[in-house]
Ligand binder design. Structure first.
Ligand code: PEP
Ligand code: MN
Length: 364
């Protein structure tokens, strides 16, 4: 941490030096003409920068090391040298013995309904996904989604089938062989979801539910962790650190749009595709995009999917339905679900893109 203090505030300089030493760090004081700068050596995480900035004469403070050390791409090694860590491959083994890999050079398709509403619905969708998986040779890149516990803005809306939904998805998983991801909304759901699903989703509403994040970290399962509805990148990554600190770095970040200025008149929230590059530069974690919840409209989903596809994302999660008849009957997010035929076109677009060798490395 660096602390900048105006000249003439010697008492503050002494006070900060004492504070720094009391946290087992070393204050290095540099005297300039206009400012005194204190460079803190050691683990400055225990220093309260916001409080320091309230002291008389303090102009500003800034942290040098990352607040999300465990998942950071760049770290300082033991001999103070810079270390760039390898990006991580988050592997999700399926009941069919195949591993879905969220990593550089691979793109995973996650598809399914918003909510698990019945066994027939899940069979219908999984059957169609199976056909697409074989038609395009993407079985080892396809996962199934569906919520048993649904966070709903209004309490009288359908809130999922709960444990009955988990039983359905467990049976579907065994029958079709796809690994499944489903959302945990509370700490006491983690254990049963961990037993019945292959990946645990933490949704946007729980992005700073730190107890839930820690429980997810202790589950030993890969985590699909969505961005909070108005989360700044640093807040999101710092919260991801709660999961990783439990010894679980199998975290896939999911951009799902952030609240903006449109009040839902033509989209639900704004997708932030640039965050894909920012995440790649700052962390070792893979990142996927959810164009369904970001856009909120079926007609926008394929466009956002294709755009996300040309960014270096590691996958996408899409809400699907069989056909328009199903759209009329489902109780959750009907407006944004894309028909299977549209999802098929999205797969084709993605596979076409993969044939074009591309590298836009700006340092080339
Ligand atoms: C979901 O994916 O089912 C969901 C509720 O999404 P979000 O948390 O992004 O709103
Ligand atoms: Mn949904």
């Amino acid at each position: 941490m660096i602390i900048e203090i105006e000249k003439g505030f010697d008492e503050t300089v002494v006070q900060i030096q004492e504070m720094v030493k009391s946290r087992d760090c070393r204050p290095d004081v540099l005297l300039g003409d206009l400012y005194t700068v204190i460079a803190v050596e050691g683990d400055a995480t225990q220093l309260d920068a916001q409080y320091i900035e309230t002291l008389p004469g303090v102009v500003r403070t800034w942290r040098i090391s990352s607040p999300y050390k465990t998942i950071s791409r760049r770290v300082v090694g033991d001999n103070h040298q810079k270390v760039v860590r390898e990006r991580r491959s988050v592997n999700v083994p399926g009941p069919d013995g195949k591993i879905r890999r969220f990593c550089d050079g691979n793109f995973v398709f996650i598809a399914g309904p918003c909510a698990i509403e019945s066994r027939e619905q899940m069979e219908g969708i999984s059957g169609q996904l199976s056909i697409l998986a074989d038609r395009y040779g993407i079985r080892d890149r396809l996962m199934l989604r569906g919520g048993a516990y649904k966070p709903r803005t209004r309490p009288w809306d359908f809130r999922g089938l709960g444990s009955e939904g988990l039983d359905i998805i467990e049976r579907i998983r065994d029958r079709f062989g796809f690994p499944v991801v489903t959302e945990a909304m509370a700490v006491d759901q983690i254990e049963s979801i961990g037993r019945k699903a292959d990946m645990i989703q933490i949704g946007t509403r729980n992005f700073q539910n730190f107890n839930l994040l820690e429980a997810a970290g202790q589950s030993g399962k890969p985590i699909l962790y969505k961005r909070g509805i108005s989360a700044e990148l640093e807040e999101w990554l710092s919260a991801a650190e709660y999961i990783a600190l439990q010894g679980n770095k199998d975290v896939v970040l999911c951009e799902r749009g952030v609240k903006s200025t449109t009040h839902g008149d033509y989209n639900r929230s704004h997708i932030d595709l640039d965050v894909i590059l920012a995440i790649r530069n700052r962390t070792i974690l893979p990142v996927v995009v959810d164009p369904s919840h970001s856009s909120g409209f079926a007609e926008l989903v394929p466009y956002q999917f294709c755009a996300a596809s040309v960014y270096p994302s590691n996958g996408a999660m899409v809400e699907v339905i069989l056909d328009e008849t199903e759209r009329r009957s489902i109780r959750c997010d009907a407006r944004q679900a894309v028909r299977m035929s549209v999802f098929e076109k999205m797969i084709r677009f993605r596979l076409d893109i993969e044939k074009i060798p591309q590298s836009f490395d700006s340092t080339e």
